[in-house]
Structures are given as structure tokens and as C-alpha cells.
Design a protein around this ligand. Structure first.
Ligand SMILES: [Zn+2]
Ligand SMILES: [Zn+2]
Length: 156
């Protein structure tokens, strides 16, 4: 029977992937489906080995990039931009909580910034479109009036 190297009175439930020593359930820390002992965790070996990029951070950046060309497509880009902002913010809080196990904070930040810029531009663009529509309607109605008045002037 094998015993935990930290707790010699306890039966080991597994071995540390980092150093190969026997550890009990209490001493086992699972990192990316692999078990590590507290010493290896303290040394930071699993963190160096398993530092992964946060998935949501990648999604955020991808949606941020997608939102740029699609922003022109009747505001479809706004939806992507909002998704980029939300996933980026979630990713950043997840990365913060992971205490170094997850990377991609820069990607998430880029996604949030791109999303925010696209959303802001879409709002400005939407307002400009609305204004141009109003001006267009006003000018076309003015043109319509002159067309209506025109023939009558000829008759007089
Ligand atoms: Zn270990
Ligand atoms: Zn133990």
C-alpha cells in the first residue's frame, strides 16, 4: 500500500504528474485533468506547462474582427460587437480568477476594444443614416412640391 508523502498516515489516491510522488486526495490538485502535489503547484511547474489561452478571449477577438466588415451590413456587426464585448469581459474575469493558469488577457482586451469601437461607430453611423434619411425626405418633398407647382405656373 502506498501512502501520501505529505501525510504518511493517509493512503495515497494517486501520483503527482510533476514529481511522481504518491499523494492523498486532499493533496491532489487537478490542473487540466492532471493531478499535481502541493509542492509542484507551489513551484509553478503545472502552470508553466499548462498555461492555456482562455477560449472566450479567442471568441471575443474573433467576433470583434467579424464585427468590422459586418458592421456595414445593416447593423449585423453590432450584434457581433456586443458579443465581443460581453465574451471579452467574461474572459478577462475568468483569466483573473485562474491566477496565471489561463492566458489571453490581451486578446480579450483587444476584442472588447474592437467591439466597443465598432458599436460606437455603428451608433454614429446609424444616427448619420437617420439624419440623411430625414434630409432626403425633406428635400424630396420639396422637389415634389416644385414638380406640383411647376405645371400650374405654366398654365397661369
Ligand atoms: Zn509533485
Ligand atoms: Zn496528503
Amino acid at each position: 500500500m502506498n501512502y501520501c508523502y505529505i501525510h504518511p498516515d493517509r493512503e495515497a489516491t494517486g501520483t503527482c504528474v510533476g514529481c511522481g510522488k504518491f499523494i492523498c486526495g486532499e493533496c491532489t490538485t487537478a490542473v487540466m485533468d492532471k493531478n499535481y502535489c502541493p509542492q509542484c503547484i507551489a513551484k509553478g511547474i503545472p502552470y508553466q506547462k499548462t498555461t492555456s489561452t482562455n477560449t472566450l478571449a479567442i471568441i471575443s477577438l474573433v467576433f470583434g474582427i467579424i464585427s468590422i466588415p459586418t458592421a456595414c451590413c445593416y447593423g449585423c456587426g453590432v450584434i457581433f460587437a456586443i458579443v465581443a464585448i460581453i465574451t471579452g469581459l467574461i474572459a478577462r474575469s475568468q483569466i483573473k480568477q485562474s491566477a496565471g493558469r489561463q492566458g489571453g488577457g490581451g486578446l480579450a482586451l483587444a476584442g472588447v476594444i474592437i467591439g466597443a469601437i465598432v458599436a460606437a461607430l455603428a451608433v454614429i453611423g446609424g444616427l448619420c443614416y437617420a439624419v440623411s434619411m430625414i434630409i432626403g425626405l425633406l428635400s424630396s418633398s420639396a422637389a415634389g412640391n416644385s414638380l406640383l407647382i411647376g405645371p400650374w405656373i405654366w398654365l397661369i
